[in-house]
Each structure stands twice: as C-alpha cells, then as structure tokens.
Design a binder for this molecule. Structure first.
Ligand code: TXA
Ligand code: MG
Length: 322
C-alpha cells in the first residue's frame, strides 16, 4: 500500500511543496546518486532532532549538509583550502563529501559538537531540484543521513526507505521517489582540514581521482578522534548473517560476479557483471535476503582497489553482524 506521504510523481509543484515542508520543519526523504537521504532543514534544531528519532541514531553523530552548489560552501565552511575547491570543481555534483572547518551556521546539532562540518552536492536531478527550490525560499542546506534505521543497510530505492522508516514518519513528512540510486554506496568522505586530503570513508571518488585533482598525496587514515558512524563496526548489516568469500551451501543466499556459478539449492541474490553494477545492487541484494527470510548470505567480494575498496569496506562491517 502506498502511504499518503509517498510522492511518486515529482512534478515542479510537488518539489516546491516538499521544499516548503522542509522549511516548515518536516522531514523529506529524497533520492541521491549514492543512497536515499532523510532530509531536514540543517538550520532547524527541532527538525534535525527528528532525524535522530526516526533513525534511532545516537545524538552526537554528525550529519552531512547537502547544498545546491559549491557556491554554498562558504555559508557552512571556513578556511577552505585550495585543494578542497579543486575537488569540489572536479567532482560536484557527485558522490563526495568534504569535511571542512565549520562556520557559525553549522551548529552543534549538525556537527555533533565538532569544529568541522561535512558538505556535499549530490548528483541526482530530484535532489538538486529540491535543493534549488529550498534555496529559493531561503533554505541554506539540507541535513541528510542515509534514510535507514541506525546500523542497518542504506536504502537505494524509495520502497526501501518506506520499509525502513515509513512507520516512524509523521503524516506531513514525505518520501520522494526518484528511482534506484545509480552509484549504490555512500559518498567518499574526505577530510580537508589538514595540508593534505585524507579519505575517512571510501566511495566512488577514489584515491587516484583525488590525487589527480589536487596534485597532492593522501594522508593515511589514522583512527583518531573524528567520528564517522559509518566507521563503526557492525554497520550496514541486514538481519541475515553475512559471510565472505566461502562456498555457499544449500539454503544460503549468494552474491557474486556473474561469471561465478551458483551451487545447487543456493539462492542467487545478485550476479553483477562489473564493479559499478556490484556497488549499485549490493544493498538491495542484502535487503532481498531479509525479504526472502534467509538466515545467511555469502558474498564473494570484488578484488582490487577503487570502488571495490568501498564495497569491501561496507561488507566487512555488514559481516560483523549486529
Ligand atoms: O552518500 C552519502 O554520503 C549519503 C547521502 C544521503 O548523501 N549520506 C550518508 O550520511 O551516508 P550518513 O549520515 O549515513 O553518513 C555520513 C557519515 C557519518 O558516518 C558521519 O559520522 C560522517 O559522515 N560525518 C558527517 N560529518 C562529519 C564530520 N564533521 N567529521 C567527520 N565525519 C563526519
Ligand atoms: Mg548511513
């Protein structure tokens, strides 16, 4: 059944209405190229507090502020280094979040009390239309974590958002349907508060691209005080247990590249043909395991660096269970 807050025909009027609702303090879940986000006006403390309630997420975890264009960086950030501008020019709109020194606009309820803020321009027509409509009525940015309950698999379709959080939304909240996210794993998070960039969470913007854009080498990712909830173990986990790189047995789910055969009586959940497709389908395949009531899923991980690294990062956490 489609609930009243589910918007499947995203006309200009519907987008303007969603922007107005955001401005009035409601939540709007919207598609991005990576995963669906659960949005609130990033300057509205009580609206942002509702994100935490709906997600069941600890209060001190910082949120990414989504902005309409790189021109809005200056509203949220200070002391922006030249290499961050270069990254923004080269990869926005796109699957990349920059961590920068915060401005006064980025309050503790966004940054989790840290002196930095994450900003991103997503590459999805509906997300950009929503951000532009929001900007026109005075909005500065939309805070949006992935639209899943805390610790669970990120949603890559509007239906998955509905299943995850539909029961926690209020009638004036909305879910915008923009089809399946085409990247499928969350944005690369890059810390830009040092002399060199540092990857905090791998994604589709990979090390080589960052080095080419900035002309800089990358800092090693030390486990320090920066809190990235996606870096917690047991994240991105379905209800089924996830094991990696072994032969599945009868009754188990299986996710692997298309060229790998499915053993007898194993339930094949996805057979991607290339690494981009692997990223795009991995979360929906894990969800499918739960929908089918499977207890156990085996994933044959993709090898190599680049996007494969981001996929292995998420799978490693999913395999830790809950
Ligand atoms: O692709 C994405 O980034 C998606 C879409 C919706 O944009 N969003 C997303 O948000 O993955 P979330 O909240 O699920 O994950 C954002 C991560 C969190 O792990 C958070 O801790 C980290 O970004 N983060 C946000 N602000 C930060 C900051 N100032 N310093 C360090 N980490 C930060
Ligand atoms: Mg998340």
């Amino acid at each position: 059944m489609t609930p009243s807050q589910f918007i499947s025909t995203c006309t200009a009027d519907a987008i303007d209405q969603a922007a107005a609702n955001l401005r009035a303090g409601s939540l709007v879940a919207f598609p991005t190229e990576t995963v669906y986000g659960l949005g609130a006006d990033a300057t509205n403390a009580s609206a942002v507090a509702r994100i935490y309630e709906v997600k069941g997420r600890p209060q001190d975890h910082p949120l990414i502020v989504h902005i309409a264009s790189m021109n809005d960086m200056e509203k949220w950030c200070e002391e922006i280094p030249a290499y961050a501008i270069s990254l923004a020019r080269d990869f926005w709109p796109g699957p990349m979040t920059l961590i920068l020194k915060r401005s006064r606009l980025a309050q503790d309820f966004i940054t989790g009390g840290q002196e930095t803020v994450g900003v991103r321009v997503p590459d999805h027509v509906l997300a950009l239309a929503l951000l532009n409509a929001f900007s026109k009525i005075g909005g500065a940015g939309i805070a949006a974590p992935s639209a899943n309950r805390f610790g669970q698999v990120s949603p890559t379709t509007a239906q998955a958002v509905q299943e995850e959080i539909g029961n926690y939304l209020q009638p004036q909240d909305q879910i915008m349907d923009g089809g399946a996210s085409h990247v499928g794993v969350e944005s690369t998070i890059i810390d830009c508060t040092h002399g060199h960039p540092r990857i905090l969470r791998p994604g589709a913007i990979i090390e080589r691209m960052i080095m080419d854009s900035t002309g800089l080498s990358l800092l090693e990712n030390a486990d320090d005080v920066i809190r990235v909830s996606g870096s917690l173990e047991n994240h991105y986990a379905p209800k089924a247990s996830v094991s990696l790189n072994r032969t599945p047995i009868a009754g188990e789910g299986f996710i692997a590249f298309a060229e790998i055969q499915t053993p007898e009586n194993v339930i094949r959940l996805a057979a991607p043909k290339n690494i981009e497709e692997f990223a795009r389908v991995i979360y929906s395949a894990l969800r499918d395991a739960d929908a089918k009531g499977l207890d156990s899923v085996v994933v044959s991980e993709p090898a190599g660096d680049g996007l494969a690294l981001a996929i292995r990062d998420r799978l490693m956490r999913a395999s830790k269970g809950r």
